[in-house]
Structure formats: structure tokens, C-alpha cells
Design a binder for this molecule. Sequence first.
Ligand code: ATP
Ligand code: LTN
Length: 330
Amino acid sequence: MEKKIILSGIQPSGVPTLGNYIGALRNWKLLQSDDKFCYYCVANMHALTVRQDAQELRSRSMGMAALLIACGIDPKVSPLFIQSDVVQHAQLNWVLACNTYMGELNRMTQFKDKSAKHADNINAGLFTYPVLMAGDILLYQADLVPVGHDQKQHVELARNIAIRFNNAYGEIFKVPEPYIPKLGGRVMSLTDPEKKMSKSDANPNSYISILDDPAVITKKFKRAVTDSEGRIAYEEGRHGVNNLLSIYCAVTGMTMEDAVASFPEGSGYGLLKKTVADAVIAEIEPVQNEYKRILADRGELEAIVKRGAEQASEVAEKTIDLVYKKVGLR
Ligand code: ATP
Ligand code: LTN
């Protein structure tokens, strides 16, 4: 049986939030099974789209690799690597850029959001970043790309580039599909539940960092914005309560119906917030303990990402060889 290929990446731009965890990282772990082969990368080249301190970037990339292992990625089974350690990512990028239209990139909503946020540094990399991401995916002939909802548009662009390239040069690339959780694909901010939870938010109360202390997690949930209805129910327009219930379902695996029914009639938001906080702590406390253990052995971590890059390079080189021959570069 042919195994399905999975690929995903995360930027080392800070400590992942509960949104990153529920939307993406948890699925990275769950997708590791006998009928799949997963590649996971720390997208440090993507992080250069905003200014970085050189030393900090490398150390944050290693920290992110440690966190991914703590989240359940088994590097013995799934190659785990740092993007820039596999040179083929840069090589494919140029060829794909020459097969992507300005108009397509202009439609990317993340570019619009990020250029508004970093108005003093709207560089070309910020604009062409989805091409680099398409390369990450297409290099490994991935079938599925586990991401949160905000990355759906980028995976669709990768599909369009693959289809266009295949039409011009023959069947070279597998056409990938996004893999987005039904509940938790878009975890919302705790302070402004109409906005996505984001690790670069200026207000730390808006997000739960997966390294937050349990007491801090409880406090942040306690302060989470809800509404004045005072009823625990999942209903159109009740963004704050819906968000808390969705988080609860995502971490416990309960259906929405069961989750709502588990609160006795007349329960208030105090109980809801405490219950959600406890469920989140139970899920991420083991991740925090693992993280500390893994970080303590820097040598082993270096060896893991080196081996991951070697495994990834072998596969990536096959794609580059094919592509470079097709376009006349080899
Ligand atoms: P930044 O704030 O630095 O832009 P981010 O928190 O939006 O970062 P990324 O590093 O861009 O997160 O994303 C890593 C993964 O987490 C992606 O697959 C993304 O779709 C997913 N993700 C990010 N935010 C959320 C969220 N609020 N809910 C669900 N998934 C999310
Ligand atoms: N662009 C993504 C991170 C990312 C990615 C990838 C995701 C880089 N390369 C390949 C999936 C597949 C982000 O900012 N969340």
C-alpha cells in the first residue's frame, strides 16, 4: 500500500499558542500512523520576512524543534528538520516563483494583514512567501497539509501552482490538499473573540502560550471575554462562548452536543471557564514537562535535526532533479 505523504511547517516566530496547537500541531501528532509518512519542518526562512536577531533565530528554531517533539512528533518516524538545512527549498523557490502570477499573490490575505502590521518593512519576501511555502509542500510530493484555517489560501495557491506546472511540463507534482480540523481550525483571541488567536498579539492575555504556567492559564481563561447572556450554549454570533466551547471539544474530543450537555442546567460562565482551563492544562502540562527534558540535551536535539535534514534532502533532491531537467536547468 502506498503511504500518504504529510508535510507541514511552523515559523519559529515565538512560542506556539493554544491556537497553533489545536489548529495544527495536535494533528501533526495524530497523523503519524502506519499508512502515512510525515515530514515536519521549522520554517526559519519564512521567519526572515520580519527582522530577526541572527543568534536568537537559530536558537528559537532549535527551541521550536524541541517543542514539536514535546507535542508528540516522533523524529524516529517522521523526519523533523530546519528548513534552511535542506537547500532544495531555496532551489525550488525560484522555479515556482517564475510560475506564479503577481495577481495570485496579490489576493493573499495574510500579505495584506502582515504588511499592515509591519508597515515599515514591506519587503518582497513578505509578498512571495506563499511561493516558498508551496515549494516546501511540493518538494515532498505531499498529499495532505495539516494547517489551521488561516493557511488554507496558501495551500490552495500551492495546488494551483502544481496544476499549472504539471500542465506545462507533465505530471511532476502531487496536487496537495489542506487538512483542517472541523473544530479548532480557527481558535479565537480570548480578549477579542472576533479575531484569531495569534502568538504575535501585543496583549498576552489574548492568547494561551503552550508554555504558560497552569495558574496563568486559569487566570487568562477567567478573564476571557464572553457575553451578557449567561447561558452555556453554542449559538450563532456568541463568539466568546463558542470559542471556549470549541476549545473544550478540541482538547477533550467531545462533540459539541455532549460538551454543552455536560454542564448542569443553570451553570454560569465561571464553571465553563474553569472547566475549559482544567482541560487545557491537562492536555498541555505533559507537553511542558517533555519540552524541558528535551531541551536539556542540546547535543541530541542537534543530531535529530541533522538526521531529519539528511532524510528530507534525499527526497527533495529527487524532485529538484526532475524539475531542473524539465525546465532546462540541468
Ligand atoms: P503569527 O502571530 O506569528 O503570525 P500565528 O500564531 O498566526 O503566528 P503561525 O506560525 O503562522 O501562527 O501558524 C502555525 C500553524 O498554526 C499554522 O498551521 C496555522 O494555520 C495554525 N494557526 C495559527 N493560528 C491559529 C488559530 N488561531 N487557530 C487555529 N490554527 C491556527
Ligand atoms: N506559512 C506557514 C508556515 C509554513 C507551512 C509550510 C505550513 C511554512 N511552510 C508548509 C504548511 C506547509 C505559517 O505561517 N503558518
